[in-house]
Design a protein around this ligand. Structure first.
Ligand SMILES: [Zn+2]
Length: 363
């Protein structure tokens, strides 16, 4: 399991606030950590912290704040460091069924800048950054509207959008957010799920062809993309020893079974793998493409536009593109901006039947 390093430097633990950060609306509840408080205690205790979680309480400067029943909320001008990202502002800690949740309550505009910092480079042209800003803001606002009663609206990980905190954000990202403040993508007058990915490999995918649950998202079509050929991972090959693959696929195997062969059963219209059959002795196991990719590892099998070959105790994946392929192709957006296309032109290229509206119409 990835090691979580949490370093907390608190200058104050009071309910004081930074007015600039607090005025932005809506405020998004972003889940930073969910796990065993015992593990958190161990991790928090490192690096001369003056903040730890112990026996269901937040302990700061020898004072104990119980979080057994009630959640605690506080604001700090300093930061909380998780996995190398620095979070600041307002936090909520709560114990649910013995799991500790740490939530960063972040104004949507600031959150958008924090996602840009994790998703793309500050060296990209401004119009590409602005296109990403609008897509990012829209996705988060969609989740905000979808999950009003959950303890959090979005996860700070790839489960939603990677959020790298707001402690120090490059001026380029803040500028892109400022220049597009409040702008969101709508379809049939409703904010939509604005998926994006690193590189489509030549054509974007419909969501229902990746995730069986997604239907009726007409803004997400198969789009021919001529702009991402220069992505460093446009074409790729990766190998895994079968011994490793057998371990990775153990959740769908029976004890003692090993994979003899892998066969692609069907592909989508864009050539992405729709379903795969594993041969394990006499048993055949059918998986959908996305399930297969996640088990193999999305940094090994970079996309589903791929072939799979088992030979000499090795499994070789060869393909094009990086990511699920749905929605905006980030590298394509970058290239289009380099060719002087505006952010609106980029968004209208990758999302169809859309209208840009202001968030205030929905609050
Ligand atoms: Zn592309």
């Amino acid at each position: 399991m990835r090691k979580i390093l949490i370093l907390f430097l608190l200058s104050i633990l009071t309910v004081s606030s930074n007015p600039e950060r607090e005025t932005g609306k809506p405020v998004l509840r972003v889940l930073l950590f969910r796990g065993n408080p015992t593990r958190a205690t161990k991790d928090f205790s490192q690096k001369q912290n003056n903040f730890i979680v112990r026996d269901s309480a937040l302990v700061h400067n020898s004072r104990s704040y119980p979080i057994q029943k009630k959640e605690i909320s506080f604001t700090t001008e300093s930061y909380l460091c998780i996995n190398g990202y620095y979070f600041t502002g307002n936090f909520t800690l709560r114990l649910i069924n013995n799991y500790l949740e740490i939530i960063n309550n972040t104004p949507l505009e600031l959150y958008t800048a924090g996602v840009l910092a994790a998703e793309i480079s500050s060296s990209w042209p401004m119009e590409a950054v602005k296109a990403q800003a609008v897509a990012t803001r829209t996705y988060a606002f969609y989740k905000f509207l979808q999950n009003p009663k959950k303890t959090f609206h979005v996860n700070a990980s790839v489960a939603d959008q990677v959020f790298s905190g707001t402690w120090k954000i490059d001026a380029v990202f803040l500028q892109a957010v400022k220049e597009t403040t409040g702008k969101i993508i709508t379809c049939n007058k409703k904010p939509v799920e604005t998926f994006f990915h690193a590189c489509c490999g030549g054509e974007t995918e419909k969501p229902q062809d990746v995730w069986q649950t997604s239907t009726g998202l007409i803004h997400l079509q198969n789009i021919q993309c001529y702009y991402c050929r220069t992505h460093p991972k446009f074409s790729w090959t990766n190998q895994l020893p079968m011994s490793v693959l057998n371990k990775l696929f153990s959740p769908v195997m029976k004890p003692g079974e090993t994979i003899d062969n892998i066969r692609i059963l069907s592909r989508t219209r864009t050539g992405r793998i729709r379903s795969v059959e594993l041969a394990a002795g006499k048993r055949k196991i059918t998986l959908d493409g996305n399930q297969f990719r996640l088990l193999a590892g999305s940094t090994v099998m970079l996309s589903l536009k791929a072939t799979i070959a088992v030979r000499n105790e090795q499994c070789t994946f060869t393909g094009t593109g990086y990511g699920h392929g749905v929605g905006l192709c980030q590298w394509g957006a970058k290239t289009m901006a380099e060719q002087n296309r505006t952010y609106l032109s980029i968004l209208n290229y990758y999302y169809k039947f859309i209208e840009i509206k202001n968030i205030t119409d929905y609050l």
